[in-house]
Design a protein around this ligand. Structure first.
Ligand SMILES: Cc1ncc(COP(=O)(O)O)c(C=O)c1O
Length: 436
């Protein structure tokens, strides 16, 4: 392996106003992912856990961070830290430039038409709450409906329940089949004249199901119904293009995109966002303030009250550069091959049953083992250095749908290997031995 040959040393095209001025590199992404080179970019992957090499398979909860992201954050604080959009001094101007360059980077990553359509949030959850309160709430009347699917994360259920409760609207749910696919005809039946919004995931964190998002958007919009897509999981596995999808809103979260925590993205069509009142009030989101009345800033600042997470935005910029330097073609090919391999490995282990076998799946394997509680599985494999998630995965209704309160979940990212999947397989055999 080359010493500086890691993916991180590729030059990014979008780095012009970035804080990380010596950020290197963009070669044309190749379709074959060099996993050893990728791994070398993630410092945490060198560590051990309980004396064993870390095998990190909890990526659906949060991914690890490449060094370029850590460097971007440290460089920001070390060289240009100042509040944005406020000062005329050099640091404030540079921080503002870098923050806005991050927004432009997010725009190109999701192919939005304008940076006015890119709102920085804390995470995906905040983006959904923003749309619930500022878009849905003002137009919902008693008897109106908000439609979701049966496999949503709690963050795409609870905000809708809250607005429904406040307005007298109803939350309706499109069912899924035994594989974990949305039943499209059932979804379509629930797109009624009372439906004001459809909010649905692009990829389920609990099952791995990739939904036919574009088709779903078209079904809703043919009836004049707005659509919010939750791309929290999808966005780090595959290209998410908001114009190709045609959605009205889309949310993503930085910490799953190999970026920092505390930074998320809400995409909203400009005309939609323009028509919406602010979500939070405070500094930066105003044009003028008097005791009688305040007026609002232009987009997207109308939705960014208070000091934003500048370092987070810059870290996200570095993360998106990193993903594009590796390339989604290579990422998808690697993860899909690993998913097929891991599915095979798990199927060989006596007593394991996979939950979620959708026709199109991302690299998530939810499973249960006969006679063993998922928490026991998680605890035993942890002793072998293997990090998996156990529990309801913030998706209690879909767990219920599959007949239990919890599963174990191994979720794979671009830096995972077949050897790591083998380690998981051996660790699961130990679980079997313990409970034999
Ligand atoms: C599908 C999905 N939606 C939403 C979220 C919420 O993300 P965050 O907690 O970063 O807002 C998650 C996080 O696990 C998720 O997997």
């Amino acid at each position: 392996m080359e010493d500086k040959g890691a993916i991180a040393t590729r030059r990014s095209e979008q780095r012009s106003a970035s804080v990380v001025e010596d950020r290197p590199a963009a070669a044309a992404p190749s379709a074959k992912l060099d996993v050893a080179r990728v791994r070398a970019d993630f410092p945490i992957l060198q560590r051990t856990v309980h004396g064993q090499p870390l095998v990190y398979l909890d990526n659906a909860a949060s991914t690890q961070k490449p060094r370029v992201v850590l460097d971007a954050i440290a460089t920001y604080y070390a060289t240009i830290n100042a509040n944005v959009h406020r000062g005329v001094h050099e640091l404030s101007e540079r921080a503002t430039q870098a923050y806005e360059a991050s927004r432009e980077r997010v725009r190109t990553f999701f192919n939005a038409a304008s940076t006015r359509e890119i709102v920085f949030t804390r995470n995906a959850t905040e983006g959904i709450n923003l749309v619930a309160q500022s878009f849905a709430r003002p137009q919902l009347a008693p008897g109106d409906e908000v439609l979701i699917s049966a496999m949503e994360h709690h963050s795409n259920i609870v905000p809708w329940q809250m607005v429904c409760e406040a307005t007298g609207a109803r939350l309706t749910v499109a069912p899924i089949d035994d594989r974990g696919d949305v039943i499209l005809e059932e979804l379509e039946r629930r797109l009624t004249p009372r439906t004001k919004l459809l909010a649905i995931t692009c990829m389920s964190n609990a099952l791995g199901t990739i939904t036919p998002a574009r088709e779903i958007v078209q079904l809703a919009q043919a009836r004049g119904i707005a659509v919010l897509l939750d791309a929290s999981q999808a966005a780090y596995h595959m290209r998410v293009d908001v114009q190709a999808l045609g959605c009205d809103f889309l949310v993503a979260t930085g910490h799953k995109l190999y970026g920092p925590t505390g930074i998320g993205v809400l995409y909203g069509r400009e005309a939609r966002l323009e028509a919406m009142p602010p979500f939070l009030g405070g500094g930066d989101m105003i044009a003028s303030v008097s005791f009688e009345r305040s007026t609002w800033n232009v987009l997207p600042y109308k939705f960014e009250a208070g000091t934003p997470h500048m370092a987070g935005a810059l870290g996200l910029h570095a993360a998106l550069d990193y993903i594009d330097a590796v390339g989604f073609e290579a990422i998808e090919a690697h993860e899909q091959s690993l998913l097929a391999y891991a599915t095979h490995v798990l199927e060989q282990i006596p007593g394991i049953r996979l939950i979620g076998t959708a026709r199109r799946k991302g690299s998530i394997l939810s499973f249960v083992m006969d006679g063993v509680h998922p928490h026991d599985i998680g605890t035993i494999v942890d002793r072998e250095g293997v990090a998996i998630r156990t529990g309801h995965h913030c998706a209690q209704p879909v767990m219920e749908r599959f007949g239990g309160p919890a599963t174990a979940r191994a979720s794979l990212a671009m830096y995972n290997t077949r050897e790591e999947v083998d380690t998981l397989g051996r660790a699961l055999l130990k679980v079997r031995e313990v409970f034999a």
